[in-house]
Ligand binder design. Structure first.
Ligand SMILES: Nc1nc2c(ncn2[C@@H]2O[C@H](COP(=O)(O)OP(=O)(O)OP(=O)(O)O)[C@@H](O)[C@H]2O)c(=O)[nH]1
Ligand SMILES: [Mg+2]
Length: 294
């Protein structure tokens, strides 16, 4: 079956509505399917941004904006899987120089609303967290929102002291390393004033804890974004659990979009029952055909 005929199937319960409304809802459903999530990757230079992205996502990463003219411009990359696309934005600048901080902060404040989620990377053995902290608190003032989309990731965990104790055979930290990692996690929690999302420890080079990071990533993404992201994640991390989450989110988004569109019409009570039955029918088809689109 082609994507077009699957889409027609998805829209078939809409037949009871007036054509103008069918057209409106059909367009909004197309937008839900074609939604292009944007994920920001923040962190000092050398934190491991590129390495983590290469470890998590399918390798079809292509730069869409070049920084030849202006190194201050964040770089955008498009991840493509079939018709689905996700944009990654490399957000440099943390700790680069105090003079440039303000400029970056203003730039990122403008960019922030566009982002679905931000992975904020900190090297697990980095002792100088002040630049990250200053940047975070200056850019994201309390009450202004935006902190809820930051997912802190402690990277390069295999390098944490005593680094020679990392077990290559078991691909895991020693007890001593684990203790240091847990201390670092607690320190980050407290320094960043208890972030909304959990602080995750990973090693992109060895793959340690990447499945855990992917799980948290999918729990943290807004519902509209998880399906497209599931298309561009490396196949070994696209587990049944991740698929189930994305599928659920897709149904929820379809339901929200339809409910929102129809609520604008202030329909009479008797019609509302018919309409909500129809919404349930579309949502049920949406979940069952999810795999065709993603
Ligand atoms: N041992 C180890 N090395 C890592 C890991 N992740 C990254 N590295 C190394 O750390 C260095 C910096 O990694 P990058 O991924 O280039 O860091 P980046 O944040 O993209 O750096 P910029 O592009 O300069 O901002 C490279 O030499 C990587 O090979 C890891 O999990 N373990
Ligand atoms: Mg890089």
């Amino acid at each position: 079956m082609s994507n077009g005929s699957v889409f027609d199937k998805l829209c078939s319960p809409l037949g009871i509505l007036p054509p103008v409304l069918v057209q409106e809802i059909t367009q909004r459903l197309r937008n839900v399917i074609n939604y292009q999530p944007v994920i920001g990757i923040m962190g000092k230079t050398g934190a491991g941004k590129s390495s983590l992205c290469n470890a998590l996502f399918r390798s079809t990463v292509s730069a869409v904006s070049h920084t030849t003219a202006c190194t201050r411009e964040p770089q955008r990359f498009t991840l493509q899987a079939g018709e689905r696309q996700v944009t990654l934005i490399d957000l440099p600048g943390v700790g680069e120089s105090p003079e440039r901080d303000e400029e970056y902060q203003a730039l990122y404040q403008r960019l922030w609303p566009e982002l679905d989620l931000v992975l904020w990377l900190i090297k697990a053995d980095d002792r100088a967290l002040t630049p990250d902290c200053d940047f975070y608190f200056r850019m994201l003032s309390p009450g202004a929102g935006g902190r809820d989309k930051v997912l802190f990731v402690l990277t390069q965990s295999d390098k944490v002291e005593p680094s020679r104790e990392w077990s290559g055979f078991l691909n895991q930290p020693s007890e001593q390393q684990l203790t240091h990692l847990e201390e670092k996690q607690r320190a980050v929690c407290s320094l960043f004033n208890h972030p909304v999302l959990p602080v995750i420890t990973v090693s992109a080079a060895t793959g340690w804890h990447l499945p855990e990071l992917v799980e948290v990533l999918f729990r943290s993404l807004p519902a509209r974004a998880s399906s497209a992201v599931s298309s561009v994640i490396r196949p070994q991390y696209r587990t049944q659990k991740i698929e189930a989450q994305a599928q659920q989110d897709f149904g929820d988004t379809v339901s929200d979009v339809m409910t929102h569109t129809l609520s604008e019409l202030s329909l009479p009570g008797a019609v509302t029952v018919v309409v909500s039955t129809m919404i349930n029918a579309v949502v049920s088809v949406a979940r069952s055909v999810w795999r065709f689109f993603f």
